[in-house]
Design a protein around this ligand. Sequence first.
Ligand SMILES: [Zn+2]
Length: 132
Amino acid sequence: MSRIQTAEEITRNYGERCPDFEPGCPCCQMWAMHDEIERLRASTPVASQIEGDVGGKETVTVPIEPPAALLRSMAIRYDHGLGVPGYYDQQIFGAENIGHARRMESTITTMRQLYEEVVGKGFYRPENSNAE
Ligand SMILES: [Zn+2]
């Protein structure tokens, strides 16, 4: 899975939605990803919840505590397979695979750490840096 395709592209390249969702089916995977991205795009961006539209601005204010939907969006952007329910529960990923739910949990922990870097709760501290 690479780029997120539009509904028209998915229909052309994979076909219409299958009647039942099957995590191993490429067509179902593409539609599940499409639906998840649409849901995430429909949610209001964190910065604009506070400041209005972020378009054209050079800086925005974000909350120190990230909303769950933001962390989920970050996780799925980092690993598109996480946007397909049950994707990492498939046998093809081998016995060492920890499964979909735990992989999502682990990736969200990583995304929370990255977010902490942005809001000054990580290793990097603007006041201590040499302003690179
Ligand atoms: Zn299918």
